[in-house]
Ligand binder design. Sequence first.
Ligand code: ATP
Ligand code: MG
Length: 301
Amino acid sequence: MTTPAGQTETGGSTPIGEEALRAAKVLHPDENFMPRPTKRRVLTVANQKGGVGKTTSTVNLAAGLALHGVKTLVIDLDPQGNASTAVDVDHRSGTPSVYEMLIGEVSLVDAAQVSSQSENLLCVPATIDLAGAEIELVSMQSRESRLKEALSAEALDQLGVDYVFIDCPPSLGLLTVNALVAAHEVLIPIQCEYYALEGLGQLLSNIELVQKHLNRTLSVSTILLTMYDGRTKLADQVTQEVKNHFGEVVLKTIIPRSVKVSEAPGYGQTVLAFDPGSRGAMSYLDAARELAERGVEGKQE
Ligand SMILES: Nc1ncnc2c1ncn2[C@@H]1O[C@H](COP(=O)(O)OP(=O)(O)OP(=O)(O)O)[C@@H](O)[C@H]1O
Ligand SMILES: [Mg+2]
């Protein structure tokens, strides 16, 4: 028999009880607020390899921070609009979106919507109109820094956000360059599988080019290992290789492969909203806390 706190009468715990406790930790964060950063943080989530967990990490880290009192903005910079779907904001064609923001038709404040999942979670959606932007931008003035201009300090102050996550498409084109110019930090999700590091060299050299010519303050601050499958030896090998290569920028929290994580977007939800007691939700919450603690000066390890 179990008590409401998930403990058995003999003092042990049951899987269901543990899950309920985890869910309570996610959903009732009052005593568990995450620290606000010393300075506003703008992170670009990039990896030109497709399907490595960029969008999943963007929306779940953002939701983790938002649910714990930190106002967070997601910029959906991928014409697929997956981040907009996961945080459940309107992104039908014609909705004021990141496309209109890039071409200077609407301001950040007018394009940002509040997610139904948390009043601290905002999102500038991507509509299908963004699909042509990569080409349209080529002939525009200051084509690499249009997102940076839209994300001005004044506009971000007006929204009152402490974190901005920019979800990139799986390419190194002008949209990703705009994201790298607009951010201070790059967060690279790496999938724990074979070929994980392939193509990373190209991403890193693009980041170096941007650092040299367009954004001196940019740095790769965070690597997040995703879709870890503990049953395979390979996952451990990749994890070790990434840690050897990148050292302390790799978050200690590793995101496991979990069906709940992949099911959540189908319900227009982050996994934190969809199944807060799941391992996937907990691990994204842990990763968000680690990220938040690194953002407080004097607290870095
Ligand atoms: N931890 C996880 N466990 C199980 N499935 C996951 C996990 N993380 C992501 N997925 C699933 O893997 C697929 C790719 O994830 P996601 O869309 O986040 O990657 P992406 O890098 O944004 O892809 P793209 O390059 O197309 O933008 C999605 O179907 C997602 O639901
Ligand atoms: Mg994506």
